[in-house]
Design a protein around this ligand. Structure first.
Ligand code: BJW
Length: 252
């Protein structure tokens, strides 16, 4: 799709082209066109009875670790089996002649696989399991997602140091974001000339407060989302386009 068909204002394109530092703030919609369901969409198939917002909680983990572990194994496998989309590739290409700092809420690795430098995974990663007790990273090979995870329960492996169950390396509701990922994100928003917000509902804090910080400094924020989000009213330009259609138009 061309820029005019997308209703992508020339002013927004100029802002991005003339920026030396670009910060990308992405959410689940970034990966939707790679075939990964967004967080607040209904799940299909095996997991249709389960609400992601119910499974991504410390309470779910306490109540049924094998259920939660199987769900994350299944999601990791979905990510392994898919590819970055045209939006991920456009953001990587944008870094050819400027600094692009990707701050993502996503737990997939599609930005990295497209070739972007990810400065922060605010909500962790599907590929960084750790001990639920001592926090040590778990490097066992038995966590590699395989094709046998289409089961509702898989017992998590045990930490070899303290024998506690290994947990997914993600941030659940009520848990603090890692200090390191938070400060790296803050730094990106503090120095950037422009923010590109893609595919997030903008309702989960503290992450959703980051674009506001840039606006408060007078830094333009350009949103790409086919639907209005909680941030749409406050951003400088809100482009009603998907990630895979809208972001490549920035490069045209
Ligand atoms: C497209 C598209 C296409 C579709 N192209 N776009 C009241 C007020 C303020 C805060 C709170 C509050 N009550 C509770 C809180 C705190 C809570 C919170 O924010 N809750 C709100 C829901 C109210 N936050 C927390 O608990 C955080 N921790 C915290 O605050 O700690 C404090 C603390 C300090 C010290 C000690 C202890 C505690 C932690 C938040 C962790 C969030 N975790 C999750 C799960 C990660 C693991 C996993 O993936 O399973 O992160 S929840 C989930 O939401 C996930 C996402 O990263 C996050 C954001 O969702 P996202 O990415 O925006 O996805 P969707 O699905 O919501 O939206 C998709 C968008 O894409 C839509 O807009 C579509 O239109 C669009 N889209 N297709 C472009 N093709």
């Amino acid at each position: 799709a061309g820029r005019s068909e997308l209703d992508l204002p020339a002013a927004a394109v100029d802002i991005v082209r003339s920026a030396r530092w670009v910060t990308v703030f992405s959410g689940a919609g970034m990966s939707a066109e790679s075939g990964i369901a967004t967080f607040r969409d209904a799940e299909t198939g095996l997991w249709e009875r389960y609400d992601p917002a119910q499974l991504a909680t410390p309470e779910a983990w306490e109540a049924d670790p094998a259920l939660v572990w199987a769900w994350y194994q299944w999601r990791a496998r979905l990510v392994r089996d898919t590819e970055p989309n045209a939006g991920h590739h456009a953001l990587a290409a944008l870094a050819a002649d400027r600094a692009v700092m990707v701050v993502t809420q996503n737990v997939d690795d599609l930005h990295e696989r497209a070739g972007s430098d990810v400065v922060s995974h605010l909500h962790g990663s599907l590929f960084a399991p750790r001990c639920s007790h001592c926090g040590r990273p778990y490097r066992g090979t038995d966590v590699e997602p395989d094709r046998a995870v289409e089961r509702l329960r898989v017992e998590p492996p045990m930490c070899p140091h303290c024998l506690a169950p290994v947990r997914p390396g993600v941030v659940w509701f009520g848990e603090p974001l890692s200090a390191e990922s938070w400060s790296k994100a803050e730094n990106a928003f503090a120095v950037t000339d422009v923010v590109i917000v893609v595919g997030t509902s903008g309702i989960v804090y503290p992450a959703a407060g980051l674009p506001e910080r840039a606006l408060a400094r007078g830094v333009p924020v350009i949103e790409f989302n086919p639907e209005p989000s909680a941030l749409s009213d406050r951003v400088t330009h809100s482009v009603r386009a998907s990630a895979a259609l809208g972001l490549p138009a920035l490069l045209e």
